[in-house]
Design a protein around this ligand. Structure first.
Ligand SMILES: [Zn+2]
Length: 162
């Protein structure tokens, strides 16, 4: 076989991977590769190299995707973990307010009794009684403030790197 035929075959092998071949070119190449071990081996080496390139390229985006997924899952877990706590907080507040309303007459009686025993002025008792009512609200405000402060300082590694 002449040198030109092998050269043409190798050119067609490369062309097939880049832009594709015309039917006549593909037929000619198939026949040549069946007859010529040298070109056949060359074509297989190219295929092999391309395949390993392709498989080597896969782990990078796959790893990136899994890392992103991990980050999203972690964030979701964090939010899920935080949510019941907040619901518990509101439940505790509501319960304490309901309990406060239900127990108000008794609490006031305790304050009155305290006034009788200590001789404290009625105004002081009334202020004490009022403060008693604001305790759950103050507690809720403090917890919410702490929560929002913690939310703003997100750890550095959670932010998308660029
Ligand atoms: Zn050949």
């Amino acid at each position: 076989m002449s040198e030109n035929l092998h050269e043409r075959a190798l050119q067609l092998v490369a062309k097939a991977r880049v832009e594709g071949l015309a039917d006549s070119e593909r037929e000619w190449l198939t026949v040549h590769l069946q007859d010529c071990d040298f070109c056949n081996e060359h074509a297989q080496q190219i295929d092999c190299a391309l395949r390993s390139l392709r498989t080597a390229a896969i782990p990078v985006p796959a790893d990136l995707a899994s890392r992103t997924q991990f980050r999203v899952r972690l964030r979701a877990m964090e939010l899920r973990e935080r949510e019941p706590k907040r619901r518990m907080l509101w439940l505790a507040c509501a319960a304490s307010w309901i309990f406060g309303i239900a127990s108000a007459p008794y609490v006031w009686r305790i304050f009155e009794w305290f006034g009788h025993v200590t001789g404290a002025p009625k105004l002081l008792l009334e202020i004490g009684f009022g403060l008693w009512w604001t305790i759950p609200a103050l507690f809720a405000v403090i917890v919410l403030l702490l929560e929002s402060a913690r939310q703003t300082e997100e750890p550095e590694w959670m932010k998308p790197s660029r």
